[in-house]
Ligand binder design. Structure first.
Ligand code: 28G
Length: 702
């Protein structure tokens, strides 16, 4: 019940999301590249939510509401329970659902091509060259196979498809009927047995006319076109090319040999992209490392299927891992179950960690990388730094855990992955001694560094009787000791910091001013990062440590609020901070503890009252509502420093009044690669970003 309530909440809240909050408006004369980057950021890195919406109370849902609903009516009544949300995320889930069915047909060995088209009217067409959904009558339902799949809830896996189970669709995997139920109309064409069969559904899955043979065909496969219902997807029914592109590319990496194409017919000339990776996740690792300096050129790869058996079950689990070391310290390990990213890891990642620690430790002992007096063992952390890896498992009955269901929970998976990876890696190291030496040298460096740091902090502890957590002098802390109500404002610049200190609620709001630019964390090595004073201050103020030993239960604030100016430097610092949190305190973002403050851009004074505008359009609206002339004076805020403490409090800091955006990592892989692009060694994209933002500021100045 509790879960249902939660689901309900999420849906309700997402619905309240103001679209405007998600993007910088599209009609301000931005160039295509600017829009592109903006879209990338708003769609892929961070899903920004209105804080107050997310925290709003319980939904009006209780058990008395439970009515026995007919099939797809239930889906339309409670879409959130089936696709998580009716926001833009949910909209795209419809595409994933249908594409997943094609992928399943490919995994079953009958199809090697999937074509996805975004049509002019924002409907989606998916075509595969598989067997075609069966057209004969299904006994249990009395309907044709196509009608069964498209109108009966959860028909997908339970009809003996794929010898008893369906691989794809981890988190939702609700099937085509849900897509149909949430569409204004949906058409299915099946090519099989020498014929072409057609059916159309309307208004949430109602059969217009039963499936019928409309002609001869020598083809085989399935074609589906659906148009999401705007009364369900009230926020938007517009598909995002990049979102679909990224996901399809990922699908192509994870399922080697399948050709997947995307065409966007909404623009002239049409956009078109085609993916097919013969090397699968090996090419995925290559792609992720395309901008990094490799330690070893080759990519380690292993693939194995193992049967799991207990009293009641017997099924096959497929494990596939690819990995490569780079000459850096950041960790790029991504895990998947049934083609869906498990952002919070789980038993497959635990198994992987066990294997690498065990195998590298043994190899080090046997080959003199660890000497007799090196008493300490090599641990997983030592082996993970600098590693790029894809861990992909396929499991017929995955169990997911955690708040966001992003963690694989099946316990048997741990041992299976550990065995598969362990065996293959041991053999690889012994057969490629030169490569092994390079890798083990790196691991040994990580090991030495870890022990040095441990010795250093225990020494410091002995000396001072304290952990290294004496609070930084620049921090104006709050008086409350209850992290749940405490907020840390990370403020750009000392002068803004001063205003913030005066404008805050000292009981629950702490201020940490940052001077200058913080270090570029993506680029720097770990020890340099920790030596940086600004970063050190942040780590001690937050209080949960950092990196692998970051402990979210120890943090001192449950809201970490980034407050920067609305200019180039401001956005640069914001990205640097997000990069830092993403890399060293990921759970902060995963738990939704990171926010971005929204200071107003304009103030209009009229009849003794102050009106604040947070965006360009709001200014226009205020002028319109108050019937003011275009040249009516207004104040434009160039930076936080221009606001006096009262104004800052009223507009940006005061709970209940302020606007804040919550940062969540939607797709860590894309996020990292955008961060890479912005922050990494390569200068060009970064310059681009800054130039584009400079442009943005210029626009505002007009
Ligand atoms: C184009 C859009 C996405 C699909 C198939 C192929 C079969 C199938 C799909 O069966 C289970 C069994 C009969 C209803 C299976 C064909 C066995 C033999 C299939 C797709 C349920 C579903 N021949 N291709 N479903 N049936 N492609 N692509 O949806 O009773 S779905």
């Amino acid at each position: 019940m509790e879960d249902k309530k939660k689901e309900e909440n999420i849906v309700e809240n997402e619905d309240e999301l103001n679209e405007e909050d998600l993007k910088i408006s599209e009609d301000e004369g931005f160039s295509d590249t600017e829009k592109e980057l903006d879209r990338k950021i708003s769609n892929n890195i961070i899903e920004i939510n209105d804080e107050t919406a997310l925290e709003k109370g319980s939904a009006n849902y209780d058990s008395s509401d439970l009515t026995v609903l007919d099939g797809l009516e239930a889906v339309r009544m409670r879409p959130g329970m089936y696709i998580g949300t009716t926001s833009v995320t949910g909209l795209h889930h419809l595409v994933w659902e249908i594409v997943d069915n094609g992928i399943d047909e490919a995994l079953a060995g009958y199809c090697d091509r999937i074509d996805v088209t975004i049509n002019q009217d924002n409907s989606i067409t998916v075509v595969d060259n598989g067997r075609g959904i069966p057209v004969d009558t299904v006994e249990k339902t009395g309907l044709s196979g196509v009608e069964t799949v498209y109108t009966v809830l959860h028909a997908g896996g339970k009809f003996g498809y794929n010898d008893g189970y369906k691989f794809s669709g981890g988190l939702h995997g609700v099937g085509a009927s849900v897509v149909n139920g949430l569409s204004s109309w949906c058409e299915v064409t099946v090519y099989r047995d020498g014929g072409e069969y057609y059916i159309r559904f309307e208004n949430g899955g109602h059969i217009v006319e039963h499936l019928r043979r409309v002609g001869d065909s020598s083809l085989h496969g399935t074609k589906v076109t659906f148009k999401p219902d705007p009364t369900i997807f009230t926020e938007t029914t517009e598909f995002n090319y990049d979102t679909i592109l990224t996901r399809l590319r990922q699908m192509a990496f994870l399922n080697k040999g399948i050709t997947i194409t995307l065409t966007d017919k909404r623009v002239e000339p049409n956009k078109h992209e085609e993916f097919c990776y013969k090397g699968g996740i090996i090419e995925y690792v290559d792609y992720l490392d395309r901008k990094s300096e490799k330690l070893v050129d080759s990519v380690f790869y292993c693939h194995n299927a193992q049967i799991f058996k207990d009293e009641s079950n017997k099924y096959e689990i497929i494990v596939e891992v690819a990995m490569q070391y780079c000459n850096q310290d950041n960790i790029n390990i991504y895990s998947f179950c049934n083609n869906v990213a498990t952002g919070n890891g789980g038993t497959h990642v635990e198994g992987f960690n066990l294997a690498i620690a065990r195998v590298f430790n043994n190899y080090a002992r046997n080959n003199n990388f660890l000497k007799k007096n090196d008493k300490e063992k090599i641990v997983a952390e030592d082996c993970r730094k600098g590693l790029t890896a894809i861990i992909s498992v396929k499991h017929p009955n995955p169990q997911y855990e955690g708040q966001t269901k992003g963690k694989l929970g099946n316990v048997e998976v741990k041992k299976i992955v550990s065995n598969v990876v362990g065996e293959a890696l041991e053999r690889y190291l012994n057969e490629n001694k030169q490569i092994s030496t390079v890798i083990l040298t790196k691991i040994r460096t990580n090991y030495d560094y870890r022990l040095k740091m441990a010795a250093y902090s225990s020494q410091l502890k002995k000396k001072t009787g304290l952990e290294i957590t004496t609070l930084p002098g620049k921090l104006a802390d709050c008086s409350s000791n209850d992290p749940r109500e405490c907020e840390l404002f990370i403020v750009e610049g000392n002068s803004a910091g001063g205003s913030a200190k005066l404008g805050r609620d000292p009981k629950i709001q702490a201020i940490l001013p940052l001077r200058g630019k913080i270090l570029n964390v993506q680029k720097a090595q770990d020890h340099k990062i920790l030596e940086n004073a600004e970063i050190g201050n942040m780590i001690t103020a937050i209080g949960g440590g950092y990196g692998d030993s970051f402990d979210v239960s120890k943090i001192r604030y449950h809201k970490i609020i980034i407050m920067t100016d609305a200019d180039v430097d401001g956005s640069h610092i914001r990205i640097l901070l997000l990069t830092f949190f993403n890399r060293f305190m990921k759970p902060l973002i995963e738990k939704g503890f990171v926010y971005i403050a929204q200071p107003p851009l304009y103030k209009v004074q009229y009849k003794g009252k102050d009106y604040y505008a947070y965006r360009e359009e709001e200014l226009l609206k205020i002028r319109k509502d108050l019937n003011l002339k275009d040249n009516y004076p207004m104040q434009r805020y160039k930076g936080l420093g221009e606001m006096d403490p009262d104004q800052l409090e009223e507009t940006t800091m005061k709970p209940g009044v302020r606007k804040m955006l919550r940062v969540t990592v939607d797709d860590a892989i894309t996020a990292d690669s955008i961060f890479d692009e912005l922050m990494g060694e390569e200068v060009e994209p970064r310059r681009e970003f800054i130039r584009e933002n400079a442009q943005f500021v210029k626009n505002l100045d007009i």
